[in-house]
Design a protein around this ligand. Sequence first.
Ligand SMILES: CC(C)(COP(=O)(O)OP(=O)(O)OC[C@H]1O[C@@H](n2cnc3c(N)ncnc32)[C@H](O)[C@@H]1OP(=O)(O)O)[C@@H](O)C(=O)NCCC(=O)NCCS
Length: 170
Amino acid sequence: MNVNHHEQHFYFLDTMERMIDFAFTHGTSQDALEIRKLVFLEEQGFKTDWEAIDETAWCLVLYWNQKPIATASFFPEDPETFHLRRVAVLQAFRHQKVGSYLLRFAETKIKDLGGRKVICFAQLDKVDFYEKNGYQVTRDGEVTYEENVPHLRMEKIIVKSRHSEPAKNR
Ligand SMILES: CC(C)(COP(=O)(O)OP(=O)(O)OC[C@H]1O[C@@H](n2cnc3c(N)ncnc32)[C@H](O)[C@@H]1OP(=O)(O)O)[C@@H](O)C(=O)NCCC(=O)NCCS
């Protein structure tokens, strides 16, 4: 496991009662890159998954038996809006709600950092996964492309704006 002095470690029991350890790092960890290589480069055929933002973006990795099994990355676009990206679960761990846990823990961290809204660009065939986790397609469903793979912008409000709360005692 990658050891980083800034790592914060936690664990939870997943739906199959496995103990899953998870860690946040500021900057992309080697463990995250290993998962991303397997999923985005080898499985999905992307040429690269590295961008300059990976130097400073927050990075979340889930571990089972010290093996990195899932990752996600996020960074602030403005103080209240965080961009979630590079969400990946190893093939053998899919459809066991690991991806949903991953989003939940990323969102909790984003709230701790002061974020109120999460945006992401979902591959078209992954929209259902994000919708199941409370995300909605935005910008009238405009399709954007990364290495010719179509994506839809989606967002989730994780903390309601004070201005949108109903006024009391009026
Ligand atoms: C997308 C991904 C992260 C989902 O992870 P996961 O751990 O399998 O997701 P969950 O088990 O929490 O899924 C919850 C629900 O979302 C939906 N869902 C999950 N994967 C889906 C997919 N590939 N397509 C459509 N819906 C999906 C299902 O309804 C699922 O419930 P079910 O398994 O009971 O049917 C995983 O398939 C993955 O890493 N894919 C490759 C990388 C990738 O494409 N990342 C997203 C880039 S936008």
